[in-house]
Every structure is written in structure tokens, then in C-alpha cells.
Design a protein around this ligand. Sequence first.
Ligand code: HSE
Length: 285
Amino acid sequence: MVTARAPATSANLGSGYDTFGVALERPADTVTVERASETSIDVTGAGAQYIPEDPDGNTVGAVAEALEAPAHISIDKGVRPASGLGSSAASAAAAALALNELYDRGHTPKELVSVAAKGEAVVSGTAHADNVAPSLLGGFTIIRGDDVTRVDADVSLVACLPEVAVSTRDAREVVPESLSMADHVETVGNAATLTAGMCRSDPTLVGEGMDDPVVTPARAELITGYHAVRDAAFDTGATGVTVSGAGPSLLAVCYPEKRRAVAGAMVEAFADAGVGARAYQTRVG
Ligand code: HSE
């Protein structure tokens, strides 16, 4: 029997759609695997009732198949599904780590990124790796084709999760198919600024580099209270705010001493919009 833990993540960071991701110090999923002749799955924890236990419909089923590693897989969810915090990726990453060890496959965590991404395809229709990469490797990650670049960063974050669900599949459908050259230039400038900010662990550069004129405005429409929560975070000291992954969570960047105030203001602004929410005061993990 092998147990592995993999953390929640926040993908995109505004300007890095399907490219950037960060591991969060918390929450996390825990997966325990035992050898079996056929794969079976049970799920407990946050939002377990919404997760299919059929291996063909579950992210970890695809991982077991990719590694040719049939097992009984127990998933303890710390990351609620449809949250924008890489819930399916955390399960896929933990399962990939655990099955790799159980069957002595000898893959490095970096080699497991493409394996765990196959699990993402089951949930969202696309094998995007911007959540599984930071969940497996930690830190700030950049996806480029099949390659991953990882950077250590120490940046304070608030991830605010409202009590509504947005499916990644739906949120991908509202993303525009093309963008203007002006939006392209702005996005590249922001993404490069954010990357420099991560390399320097500088919350001001990271926050400013989160601005995104293309994907985030389209997705904001799916999140009740988005504009008020964003304003509340900026008013209390956030240096940047964006949709976390496909939403509905919002991610704020700030200096460590502002984190508590930003978290409180975001929860309160969601409440004013009639939406219950909880905030994780966290950092790049
Ligand atoms: N990059 C993906 C998206 C992340 O934005 O659809 C989903 O968590």
C-alpha cells in the first residue's frame, strides 16, 4: 500500500492561460493505492458525492491506465471539485506519484506530468498540464508544449472559494477563439512581468503581471460578485486579483502582512453578493 499527497494549484494567473500554474501550500488531496487485478475507486472528503467512482469517468482511472498500474485507489479529497483550485489535478498527481511507487515504474515527477495530464482530459476534455505540473513539482511552473519550467517563488496568496460550482468544460467554452494584436502584445508584456516577479518573489510585479484582457473578462461573467470581490481585495492591499483556473475561486496576490485583511474582505464581498465563501490564506508551495 502506498499513500501520496498532492496540493491544490491555481492555473493561468490571468495572463498565462493554459501556461502558468502555482502550487498552493494548502489544501491538498491524499491518495492511497493497493495492487488489484482491476482498477476500482472510492472517494471521501470535500465534494466526494460529485465525483464518479467509475474508473472510466474519474481522473485517476486514466492515470492508472496510462501507467498500466491497476489498483484499488482511495481518494481523500481536500480540494473541492469544480473550485478552480485544481481539484482533479491534485487527485491525478497524487495517484500518479502513488502508482509510480507501488509498481516501481521509476518515473521522475517531471515525467509524471504528461501521465497526470491524461486525467485532466477526462474531466475537462483537454489534457492541459498547467495544474498537474505545479501539483507534482511545486513552485511556479510554465508549460510550453510538452516541456515544463519550474521556478521557486515565495509569494503570499489568498484563494477565495465561493459556494458555487463552475465546470472547467463550461468555462473553456466562453474563452474567445482569437485575440487582437493589441491584446496579444499586452498579454505577453504582462506574462513576462509576472514571470520576472516570480523569479524575484516580488508581489508587486506578480500582481501587475496578472492583468489579462482576454480570458479573465469572459470568465468573470460566470462568477456572481466577481467585480465587487476583486475591488475589495485591491482596497485592502492586494497587488493583483484574477480568476483562479477556470473559476469560480478568485486568487489574490499580496504582501504577507496584508493577507488576513485581503482574505476577510473577499469573503465579506462575496457575502454581500449573496454568496457564501471561504478563503485560504496561503502562499506558493
Ligand atoms: N488552464 C485551465 C483553464 C485550467 O483555464 O481552463 C483549469 O483549471
